[in-house]
Design a protein around this ligand. Structure first.
Ligand code: COA
Length: 165
């Protein structure tokens, strides 16, 4: 039985993330989306908001759950008895960072394997920062984030932009 974690910040979840989630859910028995609660970063959305958005966009996937975590990824994997980490590779520029992370995780826990999925080419340019940059200027986000959360993301970005004016 394979239980995998797809970890990330998801600030916010994008169509690129969702593509990786849907494809991973087909190849593992159970997929846990691990939302990093990193106190060193100042995300746009709280970890609770990110978890709720991810639950909303994955509610049709019966073997997918969403959990917040902090600390080391391998400790979280151990805690929930997951033996696989899923990561998406968008371009060759992702590779160096991902390789370093994978090798560190392997050193920390040799029983946990990392599987890379190449991001669908239509999302290879996409990141959460790009979504925030576009939304900040009031442009529609339909091509970038799942439709269930588009309004929430746009409103938050508009509000933030008004507050800083
Ligand atoms: N589609 C679209 N965007 C994607 C994507 C995809 N398939 N895959 C990654 N991205 C984007 C994200 O949106 C994010 O964009 P941003 O920088 O503009 O916010 C960027 O790529 C990287 O994000 P993400 O994949 O969420 O990784 P991360 O760097 O935020 O977090 C963790 C990676 C959570 C796996 C890692 O930090 C971690 O494990 N932390 C815990 C501490 C630890 O154990 N460290 C390991 C020891 S080295």
């Amino acid at each position: 039985m394979s239980k995998a974690i797809y970890p990330g910040s998801f600030d916010p979840v994008t169509l690129g993330h969702l593509d990786i989630i849907e494809r991973s859910a087909k190849i593992v028995d159970e997929l846990v989306i691990g939302v990093l609660n990193n106190s060193a970063k100042s995300p746009l959305f709280s970890v609770e908001e990110r978890v709720i958005m991810l639950r909303e966009v994955t509610k049709n996937l019966s073997n997918v759950s969403v959990v917040a975590f902090q600390g080391l990824l391998v400790d979280f994997a151990e805690e929930i008895h997951a033996n696989v980490i899923i990561r998406g590779l968008r371009a060759v520029t992702d590779f160096e960072y991902e390789l370093q992370m994978t090798q560190t995780n392997k050193k920390l826990n040799p029983d946990v394997e990392t599987i890379f999925l190449t991001t669908n080419v239509q999302y290879s340019y996409l990141s959460s920062s790009i979504v925030k940059e576009i939304g900040k200027y009031g442009r529609p986000l339909e091509h970038f984030v799942p439709k269930q959360i588009e309004q929430q993301v746009s409103e938050k970005l508009r509000k933030m932009q008004t507050e800083y004016k």
